[in-house]
Design a protein around this ligand. Sequence first.
Ligand SMILES: Nc1ncnc2c1ncn2[C@@H]1O[C@H](COP(=O)(O)OP(=O)(O)OP(=O)(O)O)[C@@H](O)[C@H]1O
Ligand SMILES: [Mg+2]
Length: 237
Amino acid sequence: MVYEPIKTYVEGLDEKMEGGIPRGHSVLIAGTAGTMKSTFTFSILYNNATHKKKHGVYITLEQSEESLYAQMEAMGYQISLVRDTITFVDVSKIRGGLADYGKSGAWVDFITEVLMEIHKFKPVDIIAFDSLGLIEVLTDMKNPRRDLFGMMDLFHKLGATSLMISEMTQGSDLFGRNDEDFLVDGIFHLQHHKVHDVDYENRLRVVKMRGVKHTTSYHQVHFKDGRFTVSSIVPDK
Ligand SMILES: Nc1ncnc2c1ncn2[C@@H]1O[C@H](COP(=O)(O)OP(=O)(O)OP(=O)(O)O)[C@@H](O)[C@H]1O
Ligand SMILES: [Mg+2]
């Protein structure tokens, strides 16, 4: 059976990547600070929840539910519409959370326990993980590559499509800090591009998406009232 891909609902993008993200793919949403990584990721969960009733789980390590939802409301999303379709997990609020499990690879077991509980209750379609940079700060990773592989393996076993946010270092070409570039199935790069001395624009590029014929050029990103649109900067190859 061929499954429909997970649409990004970014206007102008899905048609340039054979309809969206293949189901079950693990994908990095990479960018430096403030490039709209969280909003972009939330927007995919939100649109799949409202249009397709897909169950999204938003795992955050840094923000409370109230704070993220207030931010997303301000961006133009109607949170009341997705209260039942998106499960929000603030890892820091869970008793015995990362503080206890954070040593070496045990944090993967912790995330596994949390996700399995949710999955038993309602199968998970899309997982957002905000963010990979923070898990490094908050846990004692002796072998980050193994840990990340463990987490991706879990997402895969659940049959979920995962969107993992990765903070890039200014000036670096690496999308992830621990070889995620090679481990993941797909990468979206969000970028602040200097247009001239005083002006920046947001740009987006599909760096890779296994099994998909996609555009690889940077696109200009427009955002208004909770809707992302991309437009070509150069004609698509
Ligand atoms: N209505 C809006 N339209 C366009 N851009 C906005 C709007 N409101 C805020 N922004 C910009 O979006 C940025 C925040 O977006 P978001 O939190 O999704 O980015 P992020 O990449 O996740 O940031 P961080 O690196 O802090 O995690 C703000 O810093 C602001 O510059
Ligand atoms: Mg963010």
